[in-house]
Ligand binder design. Structure first.
Ligand SMILES: Cc1ncc(COP(=O)(O)O)c(C=O)c1O
Length: 424
């Protein structure tokens, strides 16, 4: 069975925050790019941890052992989510940005003046600022541009930027501002041809499609559980040999091997339990709605279910995205940024940014809020991208993020409201 309207109705009922009505009108949650809502099983897993463990790790007593078991299980779940070779390649932290600063600082210790790092103007600042911080060591940071008309990274620019001095290429899997899915596979090949490491920011892509670090061959990949239906937690994949070779700052008693040496201080164990539950939820989507993706996948176990789940999600989201795009393009005065051709929907996730002529983005977001439609406006920390679009001084854009728990009816109601707001 594919993921369809009936399946989505069933799924939605398991997300408490999606079931709320305010003043008799249901809430329409379109700010998944800022943070998705959580599945019931995530809330239950976190409650369970508090009720039956809630102790530090590495101790001699039962509750501590339960914590150790839960963390190990969560690392295995994340290893399946990324298709990592082993659970020790998974590092937990407060969020993606903090983990990225931690890696950039550790990597920076190995760099020398004249070395180069490549970043892009399409990326969230969480994958730019940590690399800019290394300029104080004499490292040169090169920017790769994107086409403001299409939202695509300029791959010629990328090819020109990577050279024998390049040590790291930092690139996003998908843009949180324009929705573009970048050709990370090609970028990884370009970087590896010069022995440079690739740091992939998969925060925005993770809830929309399957990730396979083995297939990609990336060196690092970071994401955040709160963007894929889990709690506020950062998760990093690093190739074991690289994590092992890097020297992070750490307290002396903390373990010297990965992942311990990167996990500064006491972990957020309850969030780690929640992240594992989010992965299991996505696997359950695969089990229920994976259909042919599940049957044809060469993977086994939870990895197979995850791949099937994420593929089913991607297919369903494409139909929603198409309806939203077609509707937006018909409203006078609305300008959509990024990929706008229906036949190119495969090259983007259903995150749509737009402006409405004569209306400040905050005004549009506030008007939508009055109808219980929750959206974000501004630059979303994708500061280079919004600057490049020439919109920084005008309040940026309004952003709609569609997820597998959203419905055609929500898209219809939103388009109707936006048409009214535009015409008022
Ligand atoms: C694409 C992208 N990268 C990085 C981040 C930063 O993630 P975190 O809040 O976990 O630091 C975000 C957050 O919105 C994002 O959308």
């Amino acid at each position: 069975m594919a993921l369809d309207a009936k399946g989505v109705r069933k799924i939605r009922a398991e997300f408490p925050a999606l079931m709320e009505s305010v003043n008799g009108k249901p809430v329409i949650f379109f700010d998944g790019p800022g943070g998705t809502q959580v599945h019931r099983s995530v809330i239950e897993a976190m409650n369970r941890y508090f009720a039956s463990a809630n102790s530090n790790h590495g101790g001699a007593y039962l509750y501590s052992r339960r914590t150790d078991e839960a963390v190990h299980a969560a690392r295995s779940a994340m290893a399946d989510f990324f298709n990592a070779a082993r659970p020790e390649e998974i590092v937990f932290g407060p969020n993606m940005t903090t983990l990225t600063f931690r890696i950039s600082e550790a990597l920076g210790a190995r760099l020398k003046p004249g070395d180069e790092i490549v970043v892009t103007r399409l990326d969230h600042d969480g994958n730019v600022a940590p690399w800019l911080a290394l300029e104080s060591r004499g490292v040169t940071v090169r920017y790769v541009d994107f086409d403001p008309g299409t939202g695509n990274l300029n791959m010629d620019d990328m090819e020109r930027a990577i050279n024998r001095r390049t040590k790291v290429v930092a690139v996003g899997y998908a843009s949180n501002a324009l929705g573009t899915i970048n050709d990370v596979q090609t970028i990884i090949s370009m970087a590896h041809a010069f022995d440079a490491w690739v740091y992939v920011d998969a925060v925005h892509y993770a809830p929309h499609g399957p990730i396979d670090v083995k297939e990609l061959g990336c060196d690092f990949l970071a994401c955040s559980a709160y963007k894929f239906f889990g709690p506020h937690l950062g998760v990093l994949y690093g190739r074991y040999e690289l994590l092992d070779a890097l020297p992070p700052r750490k307290v002396r008693p903390a373990g010297d091997a990965p992942p311990d040496k990167f996990e500064t201080g006491t972990n957020n164990f309850e969030a780690i339990c929640g992240a594992a539950a989010a992965v299991d939820y996505l696997a359950s989507v695969g089990k229920q709605f994976g259909g042919e993706y599940g049957r044809n996948s060469p993977c086994v176990g939870r990895r197979r279910e995850l791949k099937a789940g994420m593929s089913a999600i991607r297919e369903y989201e494409k139909t929603l995205g198409q309806a939203l795009l077609v509707g937006l393009m018909k409203i006078p005065g609305v300008k959509v940024y990024g990929i706008t051709q229906e036949e190119k929907l495969d090259q983007r996730v259903p995150t749509f940014s737009f402006t409405v002529k004569g209306l400040h983005p905050r005004e549009v977001a506030k008007s939508l809020d009055r109808e219980n439609i929750f959206v974000w406006d501004g630059h979303f920390y994708a500061v280079e991208a919004i600057e490049r679009l020439g919109l920084m001084g005008q309040g940026g854009v309004v952003r709609i993020g569609l997820y597998h728990y959203n419905t055609m009816e929500e898209v219809r109601v939103f388009l109707e409201e936006l048409t009214r707001i535009q015409g008022s």
